[in-house]
Write a protein that binds this ligand. Structure first.
Ligand code: ACM
Ligand code: ZN
Length: 630
């Protein structure tokens, strides 16, 4: 009953508000009433009273130089955001009423990718020194248009000055463990770009699938892109495939597909960085070309792709010259295809057991006086680095490439923060470093209590941890810190067999990461961010058919039972701020008429606890947590 009348009230309030807006369209918007819900939070936002009325007569002007890429995007996004079809013109205008003007300027206070956005009653101006800045300014303008607009709409007057903290604001997609279609990737690029993510790290190869067409080596995709079907079997318990089993799971991108993705991304200020993961994580490669494996002829190695789990025998031979000739050919094709100045060559988690027994690897170690297999890995990485630099590219590697003698000239992705200290070592040793901490940025980890989330690794990375991460360690000097290029989340895809699930893992945590990577820490605020999601961005994601998680509203339970088994003490927790937990102990679903959680409490063991998070209006925000206290 209470719920129903509450809904009716809201409905009435909404109807009255709508009528008022319709009747009083030109009436001022009061600056103090406007909520700042931008993500990532800009450097400075100053509201003024009144606003700009966006309607079907509003005209858009884009500098000629940028209009080919920007105009179609501005036109189509404004239509999908508001339903309006606006005229978008290339060039300047002398009109000063009802126009949106993009301007390329020379302004020392606007940095690369930065912009100034000004909205007043007659005009909207986006100023930047480069294409990226105009694109980013437009994304902020889109967020200034009220979510749910349909037709004419009022945009509050404001001035936003904004510059990025980092120029590397990345997201990794692992398309090897589970393939994602080109259409899905294009859709994600739109979403990511709208939050000013500017690097798409494409993890194209791994033990479970090689995903990029290489013309010179067709087996890589004829064989290497397809594995035996183990759907429904736990990732870590999957049986190896046999040679005569059908291989039906997988897919790959043709070079034409890849060009299309790169162009689509570039128009959205996103650089695509390919990763070819060697010398480990190469089961799909050695299964396709077994001659690159350490042992020739008779071997009990299984030359089928991994179906899941770990893959033994997945390293390429570091001793054979044919390995390097092969990689040179592959890297040449990759370099031609991708305009990025970077090629990521992996270098992580290489199982060196075979290298210890391999005559080719051991001979190279003797010839080059290498102390151990770690130094052989450096030898391998340095040779690959030469291949990469010969293509006028810079090599990126995971932080394992620091081991042995390191890899001069490389850029490091520091992922093992907490287990090792690459986030200190790499910048201290002079390496440009991208922070990809598995503790803070591996969004393949589940985002709420494991028993309430879809299947994933048994490890939790809540939204607030991603948001509160500070990529630059306090221990670094200013000079060392200046080597940190930025921050990146990684979505490893072992547990995301469907695109829907993949999206669920991406959002909203990449929005948190976008704010970490873009915004000055001084303007970051978790409470503001979570409210901006709830009041605004979740609506935008729904509008764009993006499947996001609302796990930040889940109540985390913890309990302990005394030795005599007479009492359970219960603790409840939420990562959000400003909401209340209500719970029941009688099996009924909690509402705001249930017991309010004010701190830990005692009850009988075996009780069924149900708890939920509610806002002031009495609305249940997330899912109900249900747990038997035993
Ligand atoms: C990694 O997670 N192996 C880079
Ligand atoms: Zn070998």
């Amino acid at each position: 009953m209470i719920n129903t009348s509450y809904k009716t009230n809201i409905y009435r309030t909404k109807t009255v508000a709508l009528l008022l807006v319709c009747l009083m369209f030109s009436v001022s918007i009061y600056a103090q009433d406007v909520q700042n819900t931008f993500i990532p939070q800009p450097e400075s936002v100053v509201y003024a009273s009144g606003g700009f009325k966006l309607d079907e007569n509003t005209k858009v002007f884009i500098p000629k130089k940028f209009s080919k890429a920007l105009a179609p995007m501005v036109s189509s996004t404004l239509t999908s955001d508001t339903g309006l079809s606006l005229t978008v013109n290339a060039g300047r205008t002398s009109a000063s009423k009802n126009v949106i003007v993009f301007e390329k300027v020379k302004n020392a206070s606007i940095e690369a990718e930065g912009y100034v956005l000004e909205v007043n009653a007659s005009k909207i101006t986006v100023k930047a020194t480069d294409y990226a800045g105009l694109f980013n300014g437009f994304q902020t303008l889109r967020q200034a248009i009220p979510a749910g607009s349909n037709g004419s709409t009022a945009i509050p007057s404001l001035i936003i000055t904004d510059n990025p903290r980092f120029h590397w604001r990345g997201v990794l997609f692992d398309v090897s463990r589970h393939f994602q279609t080109k259409a899905f990737i294009l859709k994600q690029l739109d979403v990511l770009a709208s939050y000013k993510i500017n690097k798409f790290h494409w993890h194209l190869t791994d033990d479970q699938g090689w995903r990029i067409e290489i013309k010179k080596y067709p087996n890589l995709t004829q064989k290497g892109a397809w594995r035996a079907d183990r759907t429904g079997i736990a990732w870590w318990s999957r049986e190896h495939a046999t040679a005569d089993e059908p291989k039906t799971v997988g897919g790959f991108y043709t070079q034409e597909d890849i060009k299309e993705v790169i162009a689509y991304a570039a128009a959205r200020n996103i650089e695509v960085i390919p990763e070819i993961d060697v010398p480990g994580h190469s089961k799909a490669l050695v299964a396709s070309y077994p001659e690159l494996f350490c042992f020739d002829g008779e071997t009990d190695a299984n030359f089928e792709l991994a179906t899941g789990g770990k893959a033994p025998d997945n390293a390429v031979c570091a001793g054979k010259e044919t390995t390097y000739a092969f990689l040179e050919d592959v890297i040449k094709e990759v370099a031609e295809l991708f305009p990025s100045k970077y090629i990521h060559i992996g270098g992580d988690e290489c199982n060196k057991t075979n290298w210890k027994k391999c005559p080719h690897c051991q001979k190279v170690m003797t010839d080059y006086n290498l102390a151990d297999e770690e130094e052989l890995q450096s030898h391998f990485i340095q040779k690959v680095n030469k291949i990469v630099t010969a293509q006028n590219k810079l090599m990126i590697g995971w932080d394992e490439i620091l081991s042995g003698k390191g890899a001069k000239g490389a850029t490091i992705m520091a992922w093992r923060r907490g287990r090792h200290t690459p986030e200190l070592q790499a910048p201290r040793e002079g390496y440009p470093t991208i922070m990809t901490s598995y503790l803070h940025s591996y969004i393949s980890r589940v985002q709420g209590p494991t028993f309430m989330e879809p299947e994933g690794p048994n490890s939790v990375l809540p939204l607030s941890v991603v948001y509160n991460h500070e990529p630059i360690p306090a221990e670094l000097t200013a000079k060392e810190a200046s080597r940190v290029l930025g921050n990146q989340t990684c979505l490893w895809a072992e547990f995301t067999p469907t695109e829907e699930h993949f999206e669920y893992m991406l959002y909203p945590r990449t929005l948190a990461s976008a704010e970490v990577s873009w915004s000055d820490p001084k303007v970051k605020n978790w409470e503001r961010f979570q409210n901006a999601l709830k009041s605004d961005h979740f609506k935008r994601l729904e509008r764009d058919n993006v499947n996001y998680a609302n796990s930040m509203f889940t109540v985390y339970p913890a309990f302990a039972i005394d030795q005599l088994n007479t009492e359970a003490i219960v603790f409840l927790k939420t990562e959000t701020v400003g909401f209340s937990i209500y719970y029941t102990l009688d099996g009924s679903d909690p509402t705001i008429n249930a017991i309010k959680y004010e701190g830990d409490f005692k009850t009988k063991p075996k009780t069924l606890l149900k708890a939920g998070l509610f806002n002031e209006a009495g609305e249940l925000l997330g899912e109900i947590t249900e747990i038997r206290l035993k």
